[in-house]
Design a protein around this ligand. Structure first.
Ligand SMILES: [Zn+2]
Length: 162
């Protein structure tokens, strides 16, 4: 991994939270977790969306540094270069998912973790309402971190969270 990775990408090392709260299963029936305050904000946001007729599904939430390292190793084994891998995912230790505050969201009828999510009613709802729950889109198109545009990736920035 490039030694100056954090500096050139303006990414900070992310610590794992001391505690995690179970938020239900994801679209692949795997249990998912968030830091307690982010989990509470997520429950409120999901409920509000449901009330507006929008179904928000979880594709991924908390991921440990160890888990991210495993993803990197598998991609290297499949022959991808470090450059290719880091264009799509954050390096282990630098993913917002380690913080237990980031969510990859999906909605019925749209492929998870694909740009087409931006054409969903769920994405439109999030763009209007997510900030009320302190969730923000992390990786806009052409972001300064050199990470691909991710309309599905929302991070909670509540009190004491930055
Ligand atoms: Zn994500």
């Amino acid at each position: 991994m490039p030694r100056d990775y954090g500096t050139t990408r303006s990414l900070r090392r992310v610590r794992e939270p001391a505690r995690l709260s179970y938020i239900g299963d994801d679209i692949h029936a795997r249990p998912q977790w968030l830091a307690p305050r982010a989990a509470a904000a997520w429950a409120r946001m999901r409920g509000a969306a449901e009330h507006d007729g929008v179904e928000l599904l979880v594709a991924s939430a908390f991921r440990s540094i160890e888990y991210q390292l495993g993803i990197l190793r598998r991609k290297l084994e499949r022959g991808q270069s470090i450059g290719q891998i880091l264009a799509v995912s954050a390096a282990p230790g630098y993913s917002e998912h380690h913080s237990g505050r980031a969510l990859d969201l999906s909605t019925p009828g749209f492929a998870p973790l694909e740009e087409e999510f931006e054409r969903s009613a769920a994405f439109a709802w999030l763009c209007t309402n997510a900030q009320r729950y302190n969730f923000h889109l992390s990786f806009l198109r052409g972001n300064a971190h050199g990470i691909a545009y991710e309309p599905w990736h929302w991070c909670w920035h509540g009190k004491r969270a930055r």
